[in-house]
Design a protein around this ligand. Sequence first.
Ligand SMILES: [Zn+2]
Length: 249
Amino acid sequence: MGLLRDWRRRRAARRRLSPSAWARGEAVLPGLRRLDPAARRRLEATAAAFAAEKRFEGVADVQADQAAIDTVALQAAVPVLELGLDWYAPWTTVILYPAGFVATHEYEDDDGVVHVARGPLIGEAWLRGPLVLSLEDALAPAAGTSVVIHECAHKIDMRQGDSNGLPPLPRSMPVEAWSEAFGRAYADLRRRTDDGMQDGDPGGPLDAYAAQDPAEFFAVATEAFFAAPLRLRRGYPEVYRQLEQFYGW
Ligand SMILES: [Zn+2]
């Protein structure tokens, strides 16, 4: 199994990405322009392997051409450039909606009550399930955001089971330092939202949506780390440093 996958991965990794994928990727993620040629080539190989290994399913007449798939794959490859593509191994399917979609979910809360949640979404990551994206938002996200990286961060978080904002850390990173940096920043953002800070407010250290729970904080912080690094570095420098160590960028 492993050998066949490695062989397939190496073969897929030789393909070059569509030029438009690079142009779009660089518009979304400022760090891409600063990669040296070797790192750029490694990122391209990771993205090409991602595009080959995942099954892309369009919903409602979505026709995702290779350039669109490459644009999603390039963003998805960024967080696992150093961690390795195997961090995404537990799932295979990427579902693409044309634009924002209305999801209906049943979920059970801690008291065993089943709720049905409905809402317009641009992305979702299911525990042990697919990654779901609005293609429109994945290709041209709002400035300083990347829904692809956001949902991939949830997948990275879920690698040890639940999503709780604490992905499995390498030995070199003490959990205490991570918890302290994230805990302090999360408490600060909660205070700000209690004081009236709103989602989408560009003035805060991080988007207010991150104050929902620790899992969202990790996903939004990861998104900012790659798509709006200056904002995160200024707002929560300790979180920035933890993510720098974790992602190896
Ligand atoms: Zn999220």
